[in-house]
Design a protein around this ligand. Structure first.
Ligand SMILES: C[S@@+](CC[C@H](N)C(=O)[O-])C[C@H]1O[C@@H](n2cnc3c(N)ncnc32)[C@H](O)[C@@H]1O
Length: 278
């Protein structure tokens, strides 16, 4: 495949952006609010990058906002947030969440590559979303849409028991069998699409019930109820819930009453999106 400027597009092995259609599925949008919330330190990092003087009036873009987990956290502290996503079910769910009707928050329907945006933005945040875009169009577009000082903050949220048995349950039940994990930031850098400036890793604890934990997994691309089918989804739920109960009994997962104590990790990397390979 050749880019508009003549360069060659290369994607990591096993990456199929057409898989992004999973986020159009209503069950994924409904389950999404069961993902662990972002720790308060996440908006704090974004606000510190903006600086006290700029933050209050800043225009922020949330790329692939989903139900607006980042947008709704930020909107009270900045001038406005434009939250763009290709999935109507996600946007609908986002409007219904606390803060979803904030007057400073504008939901924009469409692919970030071509949606009607209102630049310039002081900062763009992208939580686990750029992976699904056409990097060779999205990153140059973000370059165009940011002001000259503007930064792109790439956020990655993970959670789990860290038990090898859990990884095994995921491997067996995943609907994305060919998927090879990869690190987004180095992939973008190696394609001359992103110039990193710095990064931070935040750790927190999430306290879901077993049912909430299981539901959080159905908000992930590889475990949508529609693509698994009802029988496989039920088998997955039963197996995962039994495993969690066993891990609690064996004291390998801490629990307080009905609530599990689940480690959450947030990686944030910021820098400048580039106009594209020269
Ligand atoms: C894993 S979710 C992340 C949602 C949210 N940013 C978060 O931090 O939880 C990925 C989101 O990216 C959206 N998405 C995928 N491709 C997109 C594109 N080309 N333009 C805009 N949004 C896109 C999906 O619809 C989905 O809502």
């Amino acid at each position: 495949v050749t880019t508009s400027n003549g360069g060659e597009r290369q994607m990591p092995a096993g990456i199929d952006q057409s898989h992004a259609a999973v986020f159009l599925l209503p069950s994924v949008a409904r389950a999404y609010r069961h993902r662990p919330p972002y720790p308060a330190a996440v908006p704090d990092v974004v606000l510190s990058l903006l600086g006290d003087e700029r933050a209050g009036s800043a225009a922020v873009l949330d790329v692939g906002c989903g139900i607006g987990d980042l947008a709704r956290l930020l909107v009270d502290s900045v001038g406005r947030v434009d939250a763009v996503d290709v999935s109507e079910p996600m946007l609908e769910e986002g409007r219904r969440q606390p803060g979803g009707d904030h007057p400073g928050l504008r939901w924009i329907s469409g692919r970030v590559e071509e949606a009607p945006l209102e630049p310039p933005y002081a900062i763009a945040v992208a939580g686990d979303s750029l992976n699904w875009t056409d990097w060779y169009v999205a990153l140059p577009r973000l370059h165009e849409c940011l002001d000259p000082e503007g930064l792109l903050v790439i956020v990655h949220r993970t959670w789990g028991t860290r038990a090898p048995e859990e990884a095994d349950v995921f491997r067996r039940h995943s609907t994305a069998q060919g998927f090879q994990p990869y690190d987004l930031v180095p992939e973008l850098v190696s394609r001359d699409l992103f110039e990193p400036e710095n990064h931070i890793r935040l750790a927190g604890t999430w306290r879901p019930t077993i049912e909430e934990y299981v539901e959080s997994r159905h908000a992930q691309a590889s475990f949508s109820r529609e693509r698994m089918g009802p029988e496989a989804a039920e088998a997955f739920d039963t197996e995962l819930a039994e495993l969690l109960r066993r891990l609690v009994r064996e004291r390998r997962v801490r629990a307080v009453g009905e609530q599990l104590m689940v480690p959450v990790t947030i990686q944030m990397a910021w820098g400048r999106p580039k106009p594209g390979p020269s």
